[in-house]
Design a protein around this ligand. Structure first.
Ligand SMILES: C[S@@+](CC[C@H](N)C(=O)[O-])C[C@H]1O[C@@H](n2cnc3c(N)ncnc32)[C@H](O)[C@@H]1O
Length: 228
């Protein structure tokens, strides 16, 4: 599949733009089937069902989702209330539009923003913030990607709020032949930037940013949770 790059609205660093720009409407239309259906089970060895369970475990009635893609997990998860307050942040307007449309029954608030920079959201104080399959799209290594946690921490309710997510690691995980091939291709195109992402760095970043944290790995995917 040849990438179909859309230009983000604002002129960002090329590497940041590459990680977000791949998500055209066309790519998003096959994302659930190809990434969440096929790749998660057969390439990354982590069925999407486990990520959905993870959402169900940590999602709250006042939730911020960063790097929203198609909004699959927000659509399928169980919120603890029938009328949750949902805010969506993404650098790519296609992802924002697709997800906002899918979740229109919840009337989500939307922001186009780069998570590598401070994010201004009025009356934030979220009880949960998810960044699912986002870190591996961002340039740098996990130590430099720590800025994401520094940018998001001011937005979380510091009395019991949680930041959670998953990311595909490029090191410290067992990769089958398909995973090795795809990881290499995606990194060469800048769709992923996770060649140097390892468990040790993820743990040290979580330790540096959170009072309480946990991390576990399934296949090539790290699941992390942090509380301040
Ligand atoms: C792999 S998709 C993940 C979608 C969804 N969270 C999921 O798990 O199915 C990554 C999303 O992150 C967004 N993204 C990439 N770089 C970003 C950045 N620097 N700031 C904000 N969003 C970004 C992309 O536009 C895309 O919507």
């Amino acid at each position: 599949m040849e990438p179909d790059y859309d230009q983000p609205q604002i002129a960002y660093d090329n590497a940041v733009a590459a990680g977000a720009g791949i998500y055209s409407k066309q790519i998003l239309s096959i994302y659930d089937l190809y990434v969440l259906g096929f790749s998660n089970t057969f390439i990354w060895q982590c069925p999407s069902r486990l990520i959905l369970d993870f959402y169900n475990e940590h999602i709250s009635a006042k939730h911020l989702d960063v790097g929203v893609g198609t909004g699959y997990f927000l659509d399928k998860c169980r919120f603890p209330t029938s009328n949750p307050s949902i805010t969506l942040v993404d650098l790519n307007s296609n992802s924002i539009e697709t997800t906002a449309k899918r979740l229109r029954h919840y009337s989500p608030k939307t922001y186009i923003a780069n998570v590598l920079e401070p994010i201004q959201i009025e009356s934030a104080n979220f009880d949960s913030i998810a960044l699912n399959y986002l870190l591996h799209c961002l340039p740098g290594n996990l130590l430099s990607k720590s800025v994401v946690f520094r940018n998001l921490k001011p937005l979380v309710n510091n009395e019991g709020g949680v930041i959670f997510g998953t990311t595909i690691l490029g090191q410290d995980v067992k990769q089958n032949l398909l995973a090795k091939t795809l990881m290499k291709t995606y990194n060469s195109k800048g769709i992923f930037s996770n060649t140097d992402d390892n468990l040790t760095d993820l743990e040290s970043v979580l330790k540096e940013n959170f009072h309480d944290y946990s991390v576990r790995v399934v296949g090539c995917v790290a699941f992390f949770v942090g509380r301040i």
